[in-house]
Design a protein around this ligand. Structure first.
Ligand code: ASP
Length: 433
């Protein structure tokens, strides 16, 4: 019997998860059953993906950098990667600002709804504010200082220190290039084998993906707030989602015009990673799958993907920056504030930086939004307005974040002549044990 392609299996898992979640909320005690007996499997699935992230970055980035054989190639690739990441982020923030100014979703919020939302969620937003201000406490160069770990085992022991692990891996890779080949060979051989093992582990985890997303979505549905609050925020959600859809179109245009690949090729290749990003709301948890799809199915040489993608998962968050711009102006509108052009241009800068600083985990974009609001002089209490609908929007923006990384990796690969035709293979060949 022909097996169903992986992206359909995942989609089916998602739909069934939502349906089961909806049905269970109708029964007394149904939500508890999902929370106690279904949700843990979703958590196990996300944990197993996160478990792979640090070894994957270490293995593939060291291999990628040392395969370059030459430091000048590294700086060329680094320059293009960072340049493209910045460009796509600024495009995203600009699209967000344009849409929120045209649609003006904040004007549809009545003072009563505003009151109700602020009252309901002000407690929840306090912890976000605290977290954001902790991040802001250091001096202007703190972000730079934070990239360099003082202990690699300390850095590797927490997923939120991804940039530090990336720094170590690049540094190690550079060291490997610079020592005599006789000495570097055995190390490289070991790293090669290590990488293969990690990639196989990802294949194995992906076998469980349809079940994992089922559990995640069923739990999300039973835990989501009442639909009435969603309704009040419908225009705001529409603005964010429209902006994200435009970003996806923008990526397709880039893939088509620069990488010369069709949108259907792109989607077929990347869709399992997109679906996983949607279900987990975490670019970091999705990274192993993004790497595998981009390399095996989009034809990006491992040398490029192993460098561009881990960095992208940590610093390139186009969806997040777009959302932060829309959210900031929406809150200002709801509070009846008029934002000058200067303030809005400031938002382009702060939302770009805030998205770079956001961790690749659920809800991180909202923490950093606090900083965008503070900089623009918008009341932080406004965070409570958008709290109810943050999770579904997080799912959508994470999908865009991951798609953006994949797009940039294709463009960088194309520019370095490292974009190949992937071997035509059966969809599920990869997932055979
Ligand atoms: N969840 C997003 C990500 O992992 C970050 C955010 O909250 O916007 O990419």
């Amino acid at each position: 019997m022909k097996k169903i392609a992986l992206h359909w299996q995942i989609l089916l898992g998602m739909v069934l998860g939502v349906l089961v979640g909806l049905i269970m909320t109708q029964f007394v005690g149904g939500s508890e059953i999902v929370r106690d007996w279904v949700k843990p499997f979703g958590t196990i699935f996300i944990n197993s993906l996160k478990l792979i992230a640090v070894p994957l970055i270490l293995g593939s980035l060291i291999k990628g950098v040392s395969d370059l054989k030459d430091i000048s190639k590294l700086s060329k690739m680094g320059g293009r990667t960072i340049g493209l990441y910045l460009l796509t982020t600024v495009v995203a923030v600009s699209i967000g600002l344009l849409l929120v100014n045209v649609i003006k979703p904040g004007n549809s919020i009545t003072p009563e709804t505003r009151q109700e939302l602020v009252q309901n969620y002000s407690g929840d937003t306090d912890k976000y504010k605290e977290e954001a201000f902790k991040q802001k406490e250091g001096g202007p160069l703190q972000a730079l200082v934070d990239i360099v770990p003082d202990n690699i085992f300390g850095a590797a022991s927490e997923n939120k220190n991804m940039l530090q692990v990336i720094f170590f891996a690049i540094f190690f890779g550079v060291g490997l290039i610079l020592i005599p080949e006789k000495k570097s060979k055995p190390v490289k051989k070991f790293i090669d084998g290590f990488n293969e093992v990690i990639l196989k582990m990802i294949d194995l985890i992906m076998l469980a993906a349809p079940f994992g997303v089922f559990a995640l979505l069923a739990a999300l549905v039973v835990e989501s707030p009442s639909i009435d609050l969603f309704k009040a925020l419908i225009w705001y959600a529409f603005t964010v989602i429209l902006g994200l859809a435009l970003m996806i179109t923008f990526y397709n245009g880039m893939v088509l015009l620069i990488a010369k690949k069709s949108p259907s090729f792109f989607f077929k290749g990347i869709s399992p990673a997109q679906l996983l990003a949607f279900s987990t709301s975490s670019s970091a948890a999705t990274l192993p799958v993004t790497m595998e799809r981009v390399t095996e199915h989009l034809g990006v040489d491992e040398e490029v993907s192993s460098f561009v993608l881990p960095i992208g998962a940590t610093i390139n968050m186009d969806g997040t920056s777009l959302y932060q711009a829309v959210a900031a102006v929406f809150i200002a509108q709801a509070f009846g504030m008029d934002l000058s052009l200067g303030v809005q241009l400031g938002i382009i800068v702060t939302a770009t930086l805030a998205s770079i600083g956001s961790a690749a985990v659920p809800g991180a974009g909202m923490v950093m939004l606090v900083i965008v609001l503070a900089q623009a002089g918008i009341p932080e209490a406004g965070l409570a307005l958008i709290f109810a609908i943050d999770r579904p929007l997080d799912m959508c923006r994470t999908t865009v974040n991951v798609t953006g990384d994949a797009t940039v990796s294709m463009i960088v690969a194309k520019s370095l002549d490292k974009l190949h035709d992937p071997e035509v293979k059966n969809w599920d060949d990869n997932y055979k044990i």
